[in-house]
Write a protein that binds this ligand. Structure first.
Ligand SMILES: *Cc1c(COP(=O)(O)O)cnc(C)c1O
Length: 378
């Protein structure tokens, strides 16, 4: 045991030297057909695991069969929510390649989240290699129908067996993967959004810009209430004045007003979406004026009233782009673009998904190929 630990630690010196052990299943599970896929319901044959403890740092990276893990009831993450995650996808291309989208950005963001939640940082190159290798091992799980993908969920949980309130001294970094269906199966369908005026998602100085479990638990109540009233998602307003727009559900949000596109700035209370950043860059490439600035719900209502609020959409890895067809705020119902998907919204969606799936030339250098044979080499 001691020898193994020392070996791993020695291996950790050079990022490229990380030796990921692979233990594969004897028999693979049957895969559901592409048309049966939902979101995050079935998982591939394997998962990646790596441990952290104070003596050795991160060590023993390995790919093992996907399955239940056992923990003592006292482990810290069950009690105080010291858990963080990422969300990304591998896309199958028409020419047979498998592409990741900006995986280095997920690595950087995981570390930014980790820093906020007192979790030790990870080697970013190891993160990307771990994702590549885990995808390569389960490559046959990447669905191929248009709009489908392999969703990748890297996460870190605190595993110290201790009820005292302090940062855990041990962690596990795990990657699980799930083939997901076409989110916009029958084309982009605009959603109806309830503007939340009672509950808030985050405040300045809080954890709103961290991808940490507690943020999502805190959102469930408002989302459940909006769903009960027949809305698809909640639009969050700022935690202090309930005035400024923040995000939609777990997506960043964009509004086309006149010939400008406006999205709330990254001020610490919203998630720095990689899709958000990509959309800003694509729009600017097209010469569209994009402003990152605070925008109040009152201003949106006035723009709607005057007819200048032309389009609205959410951005995030899961659905890529989600058109917003209606906003309901405090008794006022605002239909956007007559409840239809806007022209710019469609164009952004087609372009971004085209780049992600290798059907459109990637001039930005965002896509990263999963090497064939990576499942067997170190
Ligand atoms: C993950 C997430 C997003 C979207 O980020 P992407 O990198 O675009 O997937 C937006 N808002 C919240 C709250 C999120 O958790």
């Amino acid at each position: 045991m001691f020898a193994a630990v020392v070996f791993s630690r020695w291996k950790a010196r050079g990022a490229m030297d990380w030796d990921i052990q692979v233990c594969t299943v004897d028999q693979r599970k049957p895969r559901p057909g592409d048309e049966e896929l939902g979101f995050g319901q079935v998982f591939t044959d394997h998962m990646f695991i790596m441990n952290y403890d104070e003596d050795c740092g991160w060590h023993d990276p390995r790919i093992v069969p996907y399955g239940p893990m056992s923990f003592e009831p006292s482990v810290a993450s069950f009690h105080y929510g010291q858990t963080i995650f990422e969300g990304m996808k591998a896309y199958g291309c028409p020419d047979g390649r498998a592409l990741l989208f900006r995986p280095g950005d997920n690595a950087r963001r995981l570390n930014a989240t980790a820093e906020r939640m007192c979790i030790p940082s990870l080697d970013e190159e190891l993160f990307v290699n771990a994702v590549k290798k885990t995808v390569a091992v389960d490559r046959q799980w990447i669905p191929s129908a248009p709009g489908t993908s392999l969703y990748i969920r890297p996460f870190i949980i605190a595993t110290e067996k201790y009820l005292g309130l302090k940062p855990s001294s041990s962690y596990k970094f795990i990657i699980i993967m799930s083939p997901v269906g076409a989110y916009h199966g029958r084309g982009l369908t605009p959603t109806r959004i309830y503007v939340e005026t009672e509950y808030v998602r985050s405040v300045r100085g809080g954890t709103g810009e961290a991808k940490t479990g507690g943020n999502y638990a805190a959102c469930l109540k408002a989302e459940a209430r909006a769903a009960k009233m027949g809305y698809d998602q909640v639009l969050w307003l700022d935690g202090q004045q309930r005035q400024f727009v923040e995000e939609v559900g777990s997506m960043n949000v964009f509004f086309k007003i006149g010939d400008q596109v406006i999205t709330p700035p990254l001020g610490g209370t919203i998630l720095a979406g990689i899709t958000r950043d990509s959309v800003i860059k694509i729009l600017r490439e097209w010469g569209v004026a994009v402003k990152q600035r605070r925008i109040s719900i009152q201003e949106l209502a006035e723009a709607h009233e005057s007819g200048s609020l032309q389009e609205a959409f959410g951005t995030g890895t899961a659905a890529v782009i989600t058109p917003i067809g209606q906003l309901h705020w405090d008794g006022l119902t605002m239909d956007i673009n007559e409840g239809q998907t806007g022209e710019l919204t469609s164009k952004v969606y087609d372009t971004l998904l085209g780049i992600q799936t290798g059907r459109i030339e990637d001039d930005f250098g965002w896509t990263v190929e999963v090497p064939v044979g990576a499942e067997t080499s170190g």
